[in-house]
Design a protein around this ligand. Sequence first.
Ligand SMILES: [Zn+2]
Length: 317
Amino acid sequence: MVEERRTSPQREANRLSTMLRHVLGEDRFPVDVEALAREVSKNNEDPIEKIVGGDLPGFEGMLRPHGKRPGWHIVYNDDPRYGGRVRFTIAHEFGHYQLHRSALSAGDYVTGVLQKNCGFECKPLRSNAWRETERLREEQADTFASFLLMPLDDYRKQVDGQEMTANLLNHITDRYGVSLTAACRKWIDFTEKRAAMIVARDGFALWGRASKSALKSGVFVRSGMTMPDNALISQGLRGTGFTSEVPVSQPAGIWSFSRGSEPVRELAMISEFLDISITILQFDAHAKSTDLEEEEPWDAFDQFNAGGQFRPDFDRR
Ligand SMILES: [Zn+2]
């Protein structure tokens, strides 16, 4: 059951992605998610009729049922601070439409107005602010959006085993029309390299993620961890954007995780609007990784659920 919930958003996104490739070929990025949502839903009795920006204080987006006839509206927050995330938000709401909505028909409107409450209101998520069922649903909509906008096979081709640099990340965010956070998080989730990302504010980690192989070797980012004094992001940097074009080599002793400290290559950036920094740590291949297989201290599921690590406070993209 859990497995099915976890895989079906990805499967649905891949199905639509394959369809787009047939129709548009390789030149289909960034995905025009508005056109896709209208096209896919138009043959349903309750299509997505409108996709509009609006003033949604505290919310990133909503999927609203029409009040008088079967149909839906997607509304996204048009505050400029959310600008880099609009495409992802629309894809997230489209995910609710495809995966979670209760389909509407004329029968739901016999009195002239819709009686049931079946909309979706999506906030910047916090780990403990949602009931478990809501959290699962929100996570599924995010997974759907991520795979729809950044199909894995295409992303792998773009990266092709290279080290992550500012240039490469800029290329990725341009190609897919998503925020840096969304692009980094996706890469961390699929890369076979030992790497981690940390989103921080005021010197403390809000949340972080480590790649599978990094987790196996003891790299686990706890929310609340202090950013080291000698980390790039702690060195009194001003302005926004990347602090360097390519990762900077840091000796052992600066970044420490549960099994001690090792040299690392660090790439850091300061986000434009949201007062957060993102640090990407890239480690050398672990010489003893085969010895560590049996321990497997955290699997992906643990990581999702441990200590609020899964949910960023603000920029979950
Ligand atoms: Zn949602």
